[in-house]
Design a protein around this ligand. Structure first.
Ligand SMILES: NC(=O)c1ccc[n+]([C@@H]2O[C@H](COP(=O)([O-])OP(=O)(O)OC[C@H]3O[C@@H](n4cnc5c(N)ncnc54)[C@H](OP(=O)(O)O)[C@@H]3O)[C@@H](O)[C@H]2O)c1
Length: 250
């Protein structure tokens, strides 16, 4: 497929997991992709892996000065951004009684403020008819005891996507979120979880397994493409059925 031929895309947090898989998928469909991350070695490795149509930029999404420099670099090199995947996020998973002010500030700074200002600062570069996809999470659809802080930041960005969809409709820019389920990435690595936790996670999913980052990348590539031309302000849940079902044994 060549849905992204001649398109320029920004993927924040593109050095591993879902962001990396999405960058690879979009490059495979013809895009030039700017990937970001905070670690120079990981960023270099990702860009080398992704090949000639990948460009890396070191930027913490919580740092507005870094975001300004990122957008200026994209403006100088490519002049436009046909799609933005605001993906960078951190997972601090603990019951609310154990959350510290640092945990709170870090989660909100990356997962909410980072997404908010990534999109705001990218907007002047997005042409009419462009697309934005925000990475949310299945957790925004559920109340889960150890996920309160994380889920709240994801609910915030899902709602932000809806507001942006209304705001940007006059320019024909569609804004959707994607909500991955249990995806095997460094954030939730199936092999490194306690066996009991991994088994419990799998047992809640009708598909009976964790998802692969590429399965979320497929959904993001769809949402950003003309195939989704009449899909706007939605949350696409990519979770093997986790949110929509309840197993009597789980
Ligand atoms: N895996 C899951 O089960 C799951 C489920 C639902 C939602 N999600 C969401 O999916 C997104 C991607 O997560 P993932 O599972 O693919 O995890 P991951 O493999 O840990 O990837 C996170 C990416 O974000 C980057 N990053 C983290 N903080 C950043 C910051 N402040 N500025 C810029 N980049 C930053 C990381 O690179 P550096 O560390 O080098 O900066 C890395 O490239 C997150 O928003 C996460 O909440 C994941």
């Amino acid at each position: 497929m060549t849905r992204y031929f001649d398109k320029t895309v920004l993927v924040t947090g593109g050095t591993s997991g879902i962001g990396f898989a999405t960058a690879r998928r979009l490059i495979g469909e013809g895009a030039t992709v700017v990937v970001t991350g905070r670690d120079a070695a990981r960023l270099d490795a990702a860009v080398t892996d992704l090949g000639g149509r990948a460009h890396g930029f070191l930027a913490d999404v919580a740092d507005l000065t870094a975001l300004d420099a990122l957008m200026q670099d994209i403006r100088d090199r490519y002049h436009r951004l046909d799609m933005v995947f605001a993906n960078a996020g951190v997972g601090i998973f603990a019951p609310i009684r154990e959350i510290t002010e640092d945990d709170f500030d870090r989660s909100v700074a990356v997962n909410f403020k980072g997404v908010f200002f990534t999109v705001q600062k990218a907007l002047p570069l997005i042409p009419d008819g462009g697309a934005v996809v925000v990475n949310a999470s299945w957790t925004l659809h559920r109340g889960v005891d150890v996920l309160g802080l994380y889920s709240a930041t994801k609910a915030a960005v899902h709602n932000l996507a809806r507001t942006l969809a209304a705001d940007l409709a006059p320019r024909g820019i569609r804004v959707n979120s994607v909500s991955p389920g249990y995806i095997d990435t460094p954030m939730y690595p199936e092999a490194d979880l306690p066996a009991r936790v991994a088994a419990a996670s799998r047992s809640r999913v009708p598909a009976g397994r964790f998802g692969h980052p590429g399965e979320v990348a497929d959904a993001v590539a769809f949402l950003g493409s003309p195939d989704a031309s009449y899909i706007n302000s939605q949350d696409l849940i990519v979770d093997g059925g986790l949110v929509g079902t309840m197993s009597p044994t789980a």
